[in-house]
Design a protein around this ligand. Structure first.
Ligand code: NAP
Length: 282
């Protein structure tokens, strides 16, 4: 039987609608709307599209969106000053610095300067540490979107074998930590892992966050597994994931399509994080 396609567009839309309703309630109770400050250095076309989409989603949810566009030759100190200033600004609840930044800027220094209470990307060492310790904090958007999809699908995580391919700070590691928090037995694979397909094929829940087009095929998937494909690889024939979806359809029980799976969850969880950050500051 062909695998069920997990509809990230629908789940993401439901999260966005819930945020919109909660923002409206906040405003009706006399609070100002939550505010997200986005910062983009340079004119990378893909980053410009991401920022535009994030700002549009904010507006649709009733979240105030402020934007700072800086020239590509901005120095690290100038960007640091801006980020620290946004941290001190009472009218700002969330800060998002679009990555990557130009080569003259150390992204780790910039991220570390973001006020953790406004770190809606969940990337500061403080929020990463809270997540590592299983304590409440702001969680990176794509990983929390993956968990939302698994919750929505009713996937049993307790005691399940979960394999995450990829160990980035942004995606792989936080997803693995969240799965561990849900009591799955978690294995993290990376570029040096041996027998990748054999390890993956043990997984009840397989998460691919690699960045290599259609790298995981049917031999990497356990019959009946849930497959979450975080990959977003742009090629001549459009966008594809890290999983060879067509090859896996007859093996998996459910799989996220690319596009339309994990992607729409990322912006939805950004809105949810901005609302949570605003609530925590009220
Ligand atoms: P990244 O920082 O480049 O990390 C990639 C990870 O994959 C690394 O840990 C790397 O291992 C591992 N890897 C690379 N080649 C491998 C191989 N042949 N076998 C096994 N592991 C391998 O990428 P990322 O930021 O985590 O993003 C991963 C993918 O998710 C990309 O396609 C990205 O576009 C996509 N993404 C999508 C969303 C969304 O909203 N849908 C959001 C973020 C990212 P090493 O650590 O050993 O180098």
């Amino acid at each position: 039987m062909a695998a069920r396609l997990i509809d990230g567009k629908a789940v993401g839309a439901a999260v966005r609608e819930r945020v919109r309703e909660e923002v409206a309630e906040l405003v009706a109770a006399g609070e100002r709307p939550p505010a997200l400050a986005t910062v983009l250095v340079g004119e990378d076309p893909a980053s410009q599209i991401y920022i535009r989409n994030k700002r549009k989603a904010c507006e649709e949810a009733g979240i105030h969106s402020l934007h700072q566009g800086l020239p590509a030759d901005t120095s690290e100190d100038e960007l640091l000053d801006l980020v620290v200033g946004l941290g001190l600004d009472d009218e700002v609840d969330g800060i998002l610095v679009q990555l990557p930044v130009p080569a003259q800027i150390d992204p780790d220094r910039i991220v570390a300067a973001i006020d953790p209470a406004k770190d809606v990307d969940g990337l500061t060492p403080v929020n990463a540490g809270l997540l590592a310790h299983g304590m409440p904090g702001l969680v990176p958007c794509t990983p929390s979107g993956v968990m939302e999809l698994l919750r929505h699908e009713g996937v049993e995580l307790e005691g399940a074998e979960a394999v995450v391919v990829g160990r980035s700070k942004l995606v792989g590691v936080p997803i693995a930590r969240l799965l561990l928090g849900a009591n799955a037995t978690v294995t993290i694979c990376h570029s040096r892992s041996r027998d990748l397909a054999a390890v993956c094929s043990r997984a009840d829940v397989l998460v691919a966050a690699v960045g290599v087009p259609r790298m995981l095929g049917a031999d990497a998937v356990k019959p009946g597994a849930t497959v979450i494909d975080v990959g977003m690889n742009r090629g001549e024939d459009g966008v594809c994931g890290d999983v060879d979806t067509d090859a896996v359809l007859d093996v998996a029980a459910a799989i996220t399509p690319v596009p339309g799976g994990v992607g729409p969850m990322t912006i939805a969880m950004l809105l949810a994080n901005t609302l949570a950050a605003a609530r925590a500051r009220v």
